[in-house]
Design a protein around this ligand. Structure first.
Ligand SMILES: [Cu+2]
Length: 378
């Protein structure tokens, strides 16, 4: 009785696991196998994987069948006597040539795919991807389009409210997607502003480290329009899990339209630096910039995470001379996580966030910074 109960308790998890395993068999392709992806190279990699898997499968079947057969038929109890020969040239030739042939059968397509994977030449679109703690900067070379893509606002709210189910793509959605055309060769040039990150989008079969001071390349030729998600795949600090990637593949005319719209947005942004802004406008803008760009380190309430990330509430810099405040935000502080935000934020964003910091979290300096001041300091 006791034994029966015990065994039920022991086996229940096992049977539960097995039933999950077998019920997922119906969707084996999605659950157990690697993704096929949507780019030419991801398909090549998938085919290579399947080829090698089937070769292993056949080899396994042959080896284990011979083994099972030998163990069954030539066992001692049946009176089998082991043969007793030495140095059979035939056997040695067979067990050298057969594996050699198998290895060559694998090496030829593997090398071809690997060479193809490395060859990002003759591309139609070139995008420079820069990893930054903890967001991505995309620069469309020769197109005059450049922007920063970070975790979406809804996602950020879901994180601070600890409610992952309140959004559809928890930690997998961004404010600005990277848009690319289908049926074109897209080259990616990877680098980093701070630490090593890795740009990983499984469906494109692109996973490349972004290393400060180096440029790595990769490419994708996407055949199917759609939205493909990925994330940073290199442990890069506190918010490593909060820098997703969203690629939107569209048709060429849609892509062209998007480029024009982006250029328009950038021009409007540049024009807004010359305008005189009110305190209220700057505060509202500053709050959203702060949430998106600064709160990760300095905290939503400006309390920071001392001693590494200083508080901005009552900070001598944020309540002191405005020149020093502007300087640290624009130029960062070498050797610390405080980056030079002049390369990431527009004049308006910088002016707004500095104004916001001077008049929030209990700071009551009362002054404001105009975007034109930032512009003149670039
Ligand atoms: Cu990262």
């Amino acid at each position: 009785m006791v034994f029966k109960r015990l065994s039920r308790r022991l086996f229940a998890p096992v049977t539960a696991m097995l039933s999950i395993f077998f019920s997922s068999f119906a969707h084996a392709e999605y659950v157990l196998n690697m993704t096929k992806g949507v780019s030419t190279i991801s398909n090549d990699i998938y085919d290579l994987h399947m080829l090698v898997m089937w070769i292993c499968f056949v080899v396994g079947i042959i080896v284990f069948s011979v083994m099972a057969y030998s163990i069954m038929t030539h066992r001692k109890s049946k009176g089998a006597v082991a043969s007793n020969f030495h140095e059979s040239t035939t056997v040695e030739i067979i067990w050298t040539l057969v594996p050699l042939a198998i290895l060559i059968a694998i090496a030829v397509p593997a090398t071809a795919t690997l060479l193809d994977l490395e060859d990002s030449s003759k591309s139609d679109v070139s995008i420079q991807v820069t990893g930054i703690q903890w967001k991505w900067r995309y620069k469309y070379l020769g197109e005059d389009v450049e922007f920063i893509s970070s975790l979406s606002e809804e996602n950020r709210d879901a994180v601070s409210a600890s409610s992952p189910n309140s959004v559809e793509h928890y930690l997998r959605d961004v404010d600005k997607r990277i848009v690319v055309p289908v049926n074109k060769k897209i080259e990616f040039l990877f680098t980093s502003d701070d630490v090593i990150h890795a740009w990983w989008v499984p469906e494109l079969a692109v996973k490349q480290d972004t290393v400060p001071g180096f440029i790595n390349t990769s490419w994708a030729y996407i055949e199917k329009p759609g939205i493909y998600r990925g994330q940073c795949a290199e442990l890069c600090g506190k918010d490593h899990g909060f820098m997703p990637i969203v690629v939107e593949a569209v048709t060429m005319p849609e892509y062209q339209k998007w480029l024009v719209a982006m250029r328009g947005e950038q021009a409007a942004l540049a024009a807004s630096s010359d305008k005189e802004w009110t305190q209220a406008e700057l505060m509202a803008k500053g709050e959203s910039v702060y949430k998106a760009t600064c709160a990760a380190c300095h905290g939503a309430t400006g309390a920071g995470i001392p001693p590494v990330f200083p508080a901005l509430a009552k900070s001598p810099v944020a309540t002191g001379d405005v020149k020093g405040h502007i300087n640290i935000v624009m130029n960062g502080k070498t050797g610390t996580a405080m980056q030079a935000f002049k390369t990431q934020l527009s004049d308006v964003d910088l002016a707004a966030v500095i104004t916001f910091e001077r008049n929030s979290f209990g700071n009551t300096v009362g002054d404001l910074v105009q975007p034109s001041t930032i512009k003149s300091l670039r």
